[in-house]
Structures are given as C-alpha cells and as structure tokens.
Design a protein around this ligand. Structure first.
Ligand SMILES: NC(=O)c1ccc[n+]([C@@H]2O[C@H](COP(=O)([O-])OP(=O)(O)OC[C@H]3O[C@@H](n4cnc5c(N)ncnc54)[C@H](OP(=O)(O)O)[C@@H]3O)[C@@H](O)[C@H]2O)c1
Length: 300
C-alpha cells in the first residue's frame, strides 16, 4: 500500500498517477477527512479496468499500518515569499507525523515532499530514527527537470537532446545547477553557454516556482511525476538514478545535514549515494548550500 499524507494539489496528483497506473492500493490521509474521502472517490475512477487496487481517504493514521511507501505532502498553509517562511509550523507538523509513522509503520520507505524539504527530511529521519536509506526528500529531481527545460529553451533544442542536467544542494535559493556534467549531444554545456547565459539559467531554475505563481497558483504536476517515478522504481525494483535529499555522513565532506545529492534508488530505498566530481565553483556552492540548510535546522 502507498500512503499519501496530505490530499492537497500535490498529494492528490501523486495519487492520481499511482491509481491510473494501477501501481498499488492507495490510502489518502488528510487533516480534513472529507477532502481525503472526496479525492479518493474521484481518483478511484482513474483505476484501470483490469486492476485490483483501491483508493481510500481518511484522517486516521492507524490505517497506514503495512504501508510499503509513505509520501508526505502535508502543509499547514501556503508560503508566499520563501519555502522556509513556515519552517516552525512545518517542523512541528512533521514531528507529529513522524511520531504517528513510527508508531504504526515499521518497515516502510518515506518520501518527503513538503517544504522546507531538506529541513523536514532531516527532522523526520531524526524523530523516527529510521535508517537513512529509507528516508529521502524528493525535490532536486524536479529542480533538475526545470534545469533541463530552461536549457532546452535557451538553446532552442528539445529536452531529449540534453543529458546529465542535474541540480544538487538545497531545494531553495542556494540550489546548485551542475553545468559541468551537462551534455548537449555529448558536447559540454559549459562550452556552449557563456557566463551570463549560465547565470540567467541558474536564476531561472531557482525562481521557477515564482514564475509558476504568476501564471497559475502552485506547482503540482512536475513534482507529482517526479515523485511517481520514485514510487514506481521502489515498487517495481527498477534502479533509478536521480538527485534526492538524504542525510549525509561524510559524503561531499558534509555531516549531519540533508541535501540533494545523486543517489541510486531501488526496492530497498537509497541503495547508494554517488559522489561525482564537481568543479571548484560547484563544490564551493554546494558547501554554502549545506551550511544554509544547517543554519535553518539549527534555527528551529
Ligand atoms: N518537493 C517539491 O519539489 C515540492 C513541489 C511542490 C510543492 N511542494 C510542497 O508540497 C506541500 C504540499 O503542497 P500542496 O500544493 O499540495 O498544498 P495544499 O494543496 O495546501 O495541500 C496540503 C494538504 O495538507 C493537509 N494537511 C495539513 N496538515 C496536515 C496534517 N497534519 N496531516 C495530514 N494532512 C495535513 C491539508 O489539509 P486540509 O484539507 O485540512 O487543509 C491539505 O490538504 C507543500 O509543503 C509544498 O511547498 C514541494
């Protein structure tokens, strides 16, 4: 069973993708019970004819027992200027959710989606004491999708012509697009883009959520698909290589902080953290990003 905590835009979109693919039974857990029940009623009509899965909604955490995967998309309210502006309320909420998950679920993989992503991933892991391989924050893969999209727009090419465009570090203002690994038809992106172009793409990735807010309210489908891909990889045991936020214990020279780094995901969760070579600027930026997340953690 896949349990999704929070049945708002993001939670219901993830549930829709899982249901439409007939992946597994789905439980929607929401603060307001009726919303979870309503979303479950609607999403149930997307289950393929030949599938045996079901979708249910509740506000009762005890029903999550036996979840193979728990996805956390709960949010106390909506941030306006920065992902960290509700850090206190969100951390309190996550600690409470962590206590329920620890009580009812013993062998489960947890995908954090709620913001501030890295801080909440950290506190969830600390509160539950779950193995660090079983708790991951999903956001850097979305930032990487945005990076790839903006590169394709800038260069006038399709996204399929771009490889290894990844974003590491904080899911926030200090995120680090990794130009040194990005290839366009095997050519290095660094050879095709001048400093100003790199800078404008970096700002575009960082502020993508603000552009979204100008045209529609909040992001929904991009994060839903990126999260669905992780759920699918875990349940089907298909190795998936993406950047995700995990607790670091020496990798990239960082300790006791969660941030986006390249990982391999399979049915066990995070099976490997990959330490890729970065250039001097990227290494320095990643260090700054880790320090910023650590400061947020210490501020709570
Ligand atoms: N990782 C990423 O890249 C990424 C991308 C997009 C969004 N996000 C984050 O994802 C989160 C959800 O976004 P959204 O647009 O889906 O928000 P939303 O539409 O406001 O939905 C949030 C839902 O969480 C529920 N909730 C609040 N506290 C809860 C609790 N203690 N237990 C269970 N449910 C609870 C709310 O219930 P009610 O019905 O009672 O209000 C609401 O249905 C936000 O933190 C957002 O910043 C992350």
């Amino acid at each position: 069973m896949i349990s999704i905590i929070g049945s708002g835009r993001v939670g219901s979109s993830i549930a829709f993708l899982c249901a439409a693919s007939g992946l597994d039974d789905i439980l929607l857990v929401n603060r307001t019970k009726d919303k979870a029940i309503g979303e479950a009623l609607d999403i149930s009509n997307a289950i393929p004819k030949n599938s045996r899965i079901s979708v249910h909604g509740t506000d009762d955490y005890s029903k999550m027992t036996d979840s193979k995967i728990i996805v956390i998309t709960a949010s106390t309210s909506i941030y306006l200027k920065s992902r960290t502006e509700m850090i206190g309320a969100q951390t309190q909420m996550i600690k409470k959710i962590a206590s329920y998950v620890k009580h009812y679920c013993h062998d489960t993989i947890v995908l954090m989606v709620s913001n501030p992503l890295d801080v909440l991933t950290y506190f969830f892991q600390k509160e539950t004491g779950f193995p660090k391989t079983k708790v991951m924050g999903i956001a850097s893969s979305l930032d990487s999708s945005r990076f790839r999209y903006l590169l394709s727009e800038k260069l006038g090419i399709t996204q399929s012509e771009i490889s290894d465009a990844i974003v590491l570090g904080e899911h926030g203002d200090s995120m680090v697009p990794i130009f040194s690994h990005t290839r366009i038809h095997r050519k290095k992106a660094l050879e095709l883009l001048n400093y100003n172009q790199q800078k404008s793409i970096s700002i575009g990735v960082r502020d993508y959520w603000k552009s979204l807010r100008n045209f529609k309210s909040r992001s929904q489908f991009g994060i839903a698909k990126n999260t669905f891909d992780v759920i699918n990889a875990i349940l089907q045991n298909n190795e998936l290589q993406i950047p995700a936020s995990v607790l670091l214990e020496g990798e990239y020279g960082e300790y006791d902080v969660c941030m986006g780094v390249p990982v391999i995901i399979d049915k066990h969760g995070v099976s490997k953290i990959q330490e890729i070579e970065l250039n001097e600027y990227e290494n320095k930026s990643l260090k700054i990003s880790a320090d910023i997340i650590r400061n947020y953690i210490n501020s709570v």
